[in-house]
Design a protein around this ligand. Structure first.
Ligand code: PGA
Length: 250
C-alpha cells in the first residue's frame, strides 16, 4: 500500500446478521487489539445500522451502508435516503456493487446520481467496479472498469472525485475463492486511477475472496490501499486477523 493513502478495510456483510448478531460481532471485534494505522468500516444491513452505531460509539471504526437512494425523501417504496443514513451515524456507503448492478438492475446512471448525492450529503461513496469472467476472457477488463468508473464519477470535478473511495471487484472473484492475482489487480487499479482526474490520492480497495491468508499479497502492491471484504468479514476473529495481517504489510 502507498503510505500517502491511508489503508482502509471495509467489511461488507451483505444480507447477513440480525441486530443481536451485530451487537455480538462488534463487541468481539472491539475486544481485539485493532491496529491504529488502518481505517476500518463495517457495513451491516440497514436494519442493524442503529445498533451498530451505538455499539461503535466509543471506537474509531466507522459505519457504512451497502447502498442508498439518491433522493432525500419521496415516494420510493423500500428505499433508504442519505438523510436517514446520516441520522444513524453512517459515514460511508457502498455504491455500484456488482450484486446491486446484476441482481437489482442498478444502472451506471443510477450509480452516478447516488455517488453525487452521497458527496453532497457528506457521505463517502465506496464505488465498486469490476468485470465478468466473460469480459476478462474477451480482453475487455480495462475497457469495462474504466467505463464504469467514468460513468460513476460523471460530472464530478477533481475536488469531488478526490472524495470517493474506489473498489476494484472482479465479479468472478466475489465469493468464489478464486481471488484475482494481486499483480494483475494492482495493474487494473492503476488504470482506474488514471481514468478520471482527482483519483491520484484516493484509496482503491481490492474486493473478491480477500482473506487473512492472502491479504498481505495485496497490501504489498503500490496501487492497492485496502480491501472490500465480504465473506471474511462475517466472523469477528477472522476479520480482526485479516486487519492485523493487512497492517503488518501496509
Ligand atoms: P467476498 O465479497 O469477499 O465474499 O468475495 C466481496 C464483496 O462482494 O464485496
Amino acid at each position: 500500500m502507498n503510505a500517502a493513502r491511508r489503508p482502509l478495510i471495509v467489511g461488507n456483510w451483505k444480507m447477513h446478521k440480525t441486530v443481536a448478531e451485530t451487537r455480538a460481532f462488534i463487541a468481539e471485534l472491539l475486544a481485539a487489539n485493532l491496529p491504529e494505522e488502518i481505517d476500518l468500516v463495517v457495513a451491516p444491513p440497514f436494519t442493524a445500522l442503529g445498533a451498530a452505531h451505538e455499539a461503535l460509539a466509543e471506537s474509531t471504526v466507522a459505519l457504512g451502508a451497502q447502498t442508498m437512494h439518491e433522493g432525500a425523501q419521496g415516494p420510493f417504496t423500500g428505499e433508504i435516503s442519505p438523510v436517514m443514513l446520516l441520522e444513524l451515524g453512517v459515514t460511508y456507503v457502498i455504491l455500484g456493487h456488482s450484486e446491486r448492478r446484476l441482481l437489482f438492475g442498478e444502472s451506471d446512471a443510477w450509480v452516478n446520481s447516488r455517488v453525487r448525492s452521497a458527496i453532497a450529503h457528506g457521505i463517502t461513496p465506496i464505488v465498486a467496479v469490476g468485470e465478468t469472467s466473460k469480459e476478462r476472457q474477451a480482453g475487455q477488463t480495462d475497457r469495462r472498469v474504466i467505463a464504469q468508473t467514468v460513468a460513476a464519477l460523471d460530472g464530478l470535478d477533481a475536488t469531488d472525485a478526490a472524495r470517493v473511495v474506489m473498489a476494484y471487484e472482479p465479479i468472478w472473484a466475489i465469493g468464489t475463492g478464486a481471488n484475482c492475482d494481486p499483480v494483475e489487480a494492482n495493474r487494473v487499479m492503476g488504470e482506474i486511477r488514471k481514468s478520471v482526474g482527482g483519483l491520484n490520492d484516493v484509496p482503491i480497495l481490492y474486493g473478491g475472496s480477500m482473506k487473512p491468508e492472502n491479504v498481505a499479497s495485496y497490501a504489498q502492491q503500490p496501487d492497492i490501499n485496502g480491501g472490500l471484504v465480504g465473506g471474511a468479514s462475517l466472523d469477528p476473529v477472522g476479520f480482526a486477523a485479516l486487519i492485523e495481517a493487512a497492517a503488518r504489510h501496509a
